[in-house]
Design a protein around this ligand. Structure first.
Ligand SMILES: [Zn+2]
Length: 147
């Protein structure tokens, strides 16, 4: 994806991500995004699945999506035309910018990242990012709110 590509996120998904971010505070929340690619570089998110944060280090500063949540979502999406298109996590008391550690963990360049900041338990803004093709950095994406 490049910067001009559209990323459509339904309001209900964004709201659910924010609620998950608040519920997990002061730890990082995480989960997966399901959606469809529109063939011209755009991406439409159609759903999400929350995951336990199974990171074994400090979960206030790191996240790891439970592989079981991923397999369950893959099974759920089989035959629907939708696929896993990204994931979300929260940054408790940190801005919604990818951290150096996030970049180290960006193994899958085709996935989009949503990052929600949470300050004192209250969700703030959510930003979207794609990983550059060479994996060297994140590229900010515009979020278009869907119905
Ligand atoms: Zn992060």
């Amino acid at each position: 994806m490049n910067k001009s590509s559209a990323l459509v996120v339904p309001r209900a998904v964004l709201a659910a991500v924010e609620r998950a971010a608040e519920a997990a505070y002061p730890e990082e929340a995480c989960g997966l995004l399901a959606g469809r690619r529109d063939g011209s570089g755009g991406l439409v998110v159609t759903g999400f699945r929350g995951s336990a944060n199974v990171a074994t280090t400090d979960r206030r500063e790191t996240f790891e999506v439970d592989p079981a949540a991923r397999f369950a979502l893959m099974r759920e999406l089989e035959g629907t035309g939708a696929e896993i298109v990204g994931h979300y996590h929260s940054h408790p008391d940190h801005p919604p910018e990818p951290s150096a550690q996030d970049l180290e963990h960006a193994y899958e360049p085709e996935l989009v990242w949503l990052i929600t900041t949470v300050a004192e338990g209250k969700a703030g803004s959510t930003r979207a990012f794609a990983v550059a093709a060479d994996g060297s950095c994140f590229i900010a994406l515009e979020i278009a709110l869907g119905p």
